[in-house]
Unconditional design. Structure first.
Length: 213
């Protein structure tokens, strides 16, 4: 269950990369990929907001360039600084909106697994679902990240997950999928569909859940 209220909004956020220096590799990886996923989904979200688009493009690039360094060497202050900035920029991106990877992650939050892990495991299936519908937007993001001509975003996320030790799928994570139709319905009812570039049907969500199971 998710809660939202102005009373839950902090007055101040302390974004100090020094506070992350002792963060374990696994949490550096999962929270870093959550920030990366927020930047990606905010850029792909529906709506016209050039300012936020510029912010999250910068955040996505920072995360892509620095997450492996931050995971492999927690004392790398430059990588930590860039990951903290990417996280802040991803947070700003939420004001434009997110999408189906977050719909899936929140709907699978019933077994206590890290939210960032669920986001980044779901992200490749979501990107493949979107690639033909918003190809221009996805290609713009791919080019901004500096990917090779034949490398697609979904494969890049999968490879990045593998490099930093994130499970490939829900089974490897340890998540036990129960009542797939019910989970697909939860995904379809998620608030993140309000800003998703394409709203998947129940069956399409069910297919994505099967792909990551």
């Amino acid at each position: 269950m998710n809660f939202g209220s102005p009373n839950l909004t902090p007055n101040i956020a302390i974004c100090d990369p020094e506070l992350t220096m002792t963060l374990p590799e696994s949490l550096t990886a999962s929270t870093g990929m959550d920030a990366f996923g927020q930047c990606i989904e905010a850029y792909l979200a529906r709506g016209n907001n050039p300012v936020i688009d510029a912010v999250v493009l910068d955040g996505a690039k920072r995360a892509y360039d620095n997450i492996q360094r931050a995971v492999m060497d927690g004392d790398d202050r430059e990588a930590r600084w860039n990951m903290m900035m990417a996280a802040l920029e991803g947070g700003i991106g939420i004001h434009k909106g997110l999408g189906s990877a977050h719909s899936i992650a929140n709907s699978l939050g019933d077994q206590g697994f890290n939210h960032g892990l669920l986001v980044t495991i779901a992200l490749p299936a979501v990107l493949r679902f979107l690639e033909n519908s918003i190809a221009e937007r996805i290609n713009s993001l791919r080019m901004h990240l500096g990917l090779e001509d034949k490398q697609d975003l979904a494969s890049m996320v999968e490879q990045l997950n593998k490099c930093i030790g994130i499970p490939e799928n829900l089974k490897d994570l340890g998540y036990q999928m129960k009542n797939s139709p019910g989970k697909a319905e939860l995904c379809h009812r998620s608030i993140f569909n309000m800003t998703a570039p394409i709203i998947p049907s129940n069956d399409q969500y069910r297919k994505m859940l099967e792909d990551i199971s």
